[in-house]
Design a binder for this molecule. Structure first.
Ligand code: ATP
Length: 290
């Protein structure tokens, strides 16, 4: 059996780290949304007993058990006691290690698809529980719709569909280590963005209130060693975005625009300064099937 599925990137509209647990893990309060920029996965069953093979068109990705898609498939097959082999081919469109959840969304797409292929009938909550063992962003990516994410990433509360808006993404040509950034949260005084205001804006479908209340606690940590982040944020605003910030632990930054024409203006102006830019919209709010 063969399925081809889409795995959308995520953006953090709001990211707060209210405290660090005694074991060093972070308590999150994040508003996340999924966007049009997506990987494509082909997932095919084989008769090679429980053998999982990963293929991808990206030289940056491991094709072995370090790949999050592999880990998700292995956990699923083991938990459901299924001995079928799998071949998973990933067409990578989401920049790797960019703060856009590329690995987590691939893992979540594998879980959703295997649940369908094998008709195992797990709920999204149950798939999210398996996904939490792979990475803290996988539970959100199982739902892949606008949501409040809390706890260590495992509590996903779906929110109202966002009003119409466009995002202009800029990925600076730098690498950021997520574990290194997260380690600094315990020792760095971070800002706490107004998540409740953001939630109220989403509840009221109020674009202006949403744009005014985006924010990311991790931004000051990443931009301390990568000043390009602040420069790109300022340019996004200068060129016409209504708000700008970093996604996840970075380095990708995004600007938020009310209209498509404004987004194109920002995108065109930015292209000269950052060669990896994207224009996209929130989507997948009508999920589950994509
Ligand atoms: P996060 O913020 O959740 O750590 P990210 O969005 O910044 O993630 P990813 O694109 O998920 O970054 O990549 C993080 C790491 O995961 C990279 O070192 C990459 O090699 C590894 N990885 C494993 N599997 C995948 C995959 N299927 N797609 C992307 N990266 C993967």
């Amino acid at each position: 059996m063969k399925r081809i599925v889409r795995a959308p990137a995520k953006l953090n509209l709001g990211l707060d780290a209210p405290f660090v647990h005694p074991d060093g893990s972070i308590e999150w309060r994040m508003v996340m949304t999924s966007i049009g920029l997506s990987d494509h996965l082909q997932i095919e069953t084989t008769n090679r007993h429980s053998k999982i093979r990963i293929f991808s068109d990206s030289s940056f990705l491991p094709n072995d058990k370090r790949n999050l898609a592999y880990q998700a498939a292995h956990l699923f097959l083991t938990k459901m006691n299924i001995q079928t082999g799998l071949e998973i081919s990933i067409k990578k469109n989401i920049p790797v290690a960019a703060g856009l959840g590329g690995g987590s969304t691939d893992a979540a797409a594998v879980l959703r698809t295997l649940n369908e292929i094998f008709e195992t009938g797990l709920s999204f909550d149950e798939l999210a529980q398996i996904g939490a063992q792979v990475d803290s962003d996988v539970p959100y990516c199982v739902f892949s719709r606008t949501a409040l994410v809390s706890g260590r990433g495992e509590i996903v509360t779906p929110l109202k569909k966002l009003p119409k808006m466009w995002f202009v993404l800029a990925k600076p040509n730098i690498s950021v280590s997520t574990p290194r950034i997260l380690k600094q949260v315990a020792t760095t005084p971070v800002s706490h963005p107004p998540i409740d205001e953001l939630l109220a804006g989403i509840e009221d479908s109020d674009y202006d209130r949403i744009a005014a209340n985006i924010g990311n606690s991790l931004e000051c940590i990443t931009s301390a060693s990568h000043p390009q982040i602040d420069t790109l944020k300022s340019r996004l605003i200068e060129y016409g975005a209504d708000g700008s910030q970093m996604s996840g632990s970075g380095p990708t930054v995004f600007g938020i625009c009310r209209t498509e024409s404004r987004a194109h203006r920002v995108y065109n102006s930015l292209s000269g300064f950052c060669h990896e830019t994207y224009i996209t919209q929130p989507e997948c709010d009508t999920h589950p099937a994509f």
